[in-house]
Design a binder for this molecule. Sequence first.
Ligand code: AGP
Length: 613
Amino acid sequence: MCGIIGVVGSDDTLATLLEGLTRLEYRGYDSAGIALVRAGETWRARTASGTESVAALKEECLRAPKGFTSGIGHTRWATHGAPEAINAHPHLDCSGNIAIIHNGIIENHTEIKEDLESRGHIFTSVTDSEVLAHLIEEFRAQGLELMEAVRQGLLVVRGAFALAAMDATEPNVIVAARRISPLVVGTAPGATYLASDVPAILDRASAFYAVNDDEIVRLGPEGFRAIDLEGAPVRLHQLSIEWDLETAEKGGHDDFMSKEINEQPNAIRSTLLDRRRKDGTITFDEMRISDDELRDVKRVCLVAAGTSYHSALIAKYAIEKWARLGVDVDISSEYRYRDPIVEVGTLVIGVSQSGETIDTIQATREAQRRGAHVVAISNIVDSSMAREADAVIYTRAGLEVSVASTKAFVAQVAALELLALRLAQLRGTLPESEIDGLFQGLNAVSAQVQAVLDRRENIELVAKELMGAHDFFFIGRHVGFPTALEGALKLKELTYLHAEGYPGGELKHGPLALIEPGVVVIAIATDPAMHEKMLSNLSEVKARGASVVAVATDDDEMIESVADFVLRVPATEPMFTPMVDVVSLQMFAYAVARGLGRNVDRPRNLAKTVTVE
Ligand code: AGP
C-alpha cells in the first residue's frame, strides 16, 4: 500500500510533494522518492531509510534545481523487491525522460519485462512497477502522446495500479490511471493535483474527484480530462470533502479501526494478486525454499500469538484437508518452553502481522536451532521475522494502525490457505481441477466480505440490543471454532467485556454451567456440515436463558427458530467462511465498543506490537 502524489502548474511544487509525502507516510514507508519534470529535464531523488525515508528525502531535495512547476512523489510499501533506493519510485525509462510512480501489483510483469528486455530495454530495479516506464517509452517512441501511450500500455497490463507518469518531452502534463488501488484528483486555480488519498492534497486543492477503475486522467495546469481504457471520455465523480486532516487520514472514517475493517476486501484481493502462473502453478516470489524441499515436508508446525494464532489454527484445517499433512499449532510463548520435537522434514510457519512479536521470533529461532525450515507470514516487508526466515509470504493488507488486528487477519487466512493449496499441488493430493475451483473461490471472497460490510446497520442494531450484557460466549465448530476465538478476542480487546471462544461441542463439558439469563452466546453456523450440531448447541443454551446470536448464511431458513438475532452472511466454501464470518464479529465488537465509548484504536493496556516476552 504505497502513497503517491503529483502536481502540475504549481510554483510550490517541491514543498507540495514533500509535505504530501509526509501525510502519506501512514500508508507505508520503507523508501521514498520524487521526480521534478520540465521541458527537456527530469530530476529525481530517492531514499530508503525505513521510517525516516521521507525525512531523508527532504535532505536530499535541498540540492534540487529551482523553478520546476510539476512533479510526482511516492512513499513505498514494498511488495516486489527489497526496500532499497534502487527499487524506490519514481522509476525512469531508458531515456531518463519518462518518470513513473505506481501503487499496486503488475501481475504479468515478468512476461512484459522479458519482452521489453528483448527489445533492448535496460532495467535497473527488481520491481514489478518499472515495467510501466519502459512500456510507456515503447509507445511514446511510436509517436503517441503521453496519455495514449499510457492507455496502450495499460491494455497490456494485468493487476492493480494507481499510476502517474510524466515525460520531459511533453512537459506540464501528468497522466494518471487507476485499477483497484485508490486515486484522487484535486483542482485549484492554476494547478492540478493527484494523490492516493485526500489528506496529501487537502490543503492545496479546493475540489476533489475520484478516479474509478480503468479510468485515465490527463492533468495540466488548468485542469484535467479523463477517458476510459477504450479511449472514450468519462466524467470523474466529484467528492464532497468536509474533512479535517485527521479525519482524511482515516479515509473519512471515525477511526482507523473502521477504516481497516472496510479495507478488508482490498487486503484479500491484494494478497491473492500475482500468485499464480499461466500454467496454474501457485507461486510465492518470496519463497526461497525449493519445491523439492516443500514436497518432502513430513509435518507442519505453526507458531503465532493472538489473532495470528487464530489464523494459524485455520491453516491447520486447510493444510490437513487439502495437503493431507499433519499439522500442530502452538502459541508462540508456549512453543519455546515445551522442548519441542522437531524431526527431519518439519516445516515451521511463523505467523505475525508485525513480524516483530518477540514470542514468535523466539519460537521460530528455536525451531531453526532444532533444524526446521521456517516460513514467515508477515505483513511488514523486511520485518525481523521475514529477514531471519528461510522463506517469506507477505500478506498485503497495507499498514495496520489500529491495535486490534482485522484486515491483517483475513489476509493471513488467504495467504495460509493459498500455501495449503500449493502444498496440495506439490504433493498431488488434490486434482488440478479442484485446486482451480478453490483458487477461484478464494478470489470471490473479497466480494463476499464487501457484502457483509454493507450490512452494518443490522449489526449495529444487534449490538445496541445487547449493549448491557457482560458475559459472552462465542462458539463454532471446525474452522468456525478459530473464528469464534477471534470474535471473542475482538470483543475483549475493544470493549473490555468478558468473552470466551469455545468449540460448540465443548459447552456440555463444563461451560454450560455458566449459561443463564443475561449471558450472550454468539454462534458461527455457516458451515452446512456443522449446521445441525450448531442448531442443537443453540437450543441447549437458549433453553437455559441465554440470548442467542447466530452468524448464518443468507439461505438458512432454520436459524430463526433458535436464534434471537441473526447476522446474515453470503454462503461460501466452508474453508473460506472465517474470512467472511469474522467481519460480522469485528463489526459487532466495534459497535459495542463505540456504544461504550471505548478508544477503539488504542485499547487500554495493549500495544500494536508486543516486543517484550
Ligand atoms: C490482535 O487484535 C492483537 N492486536 C494481538 O493479539 C496480536 O494479534 C498479537 O499481538 C500478535 O501480533 P503479530 O501478528 O504482529 O505477531
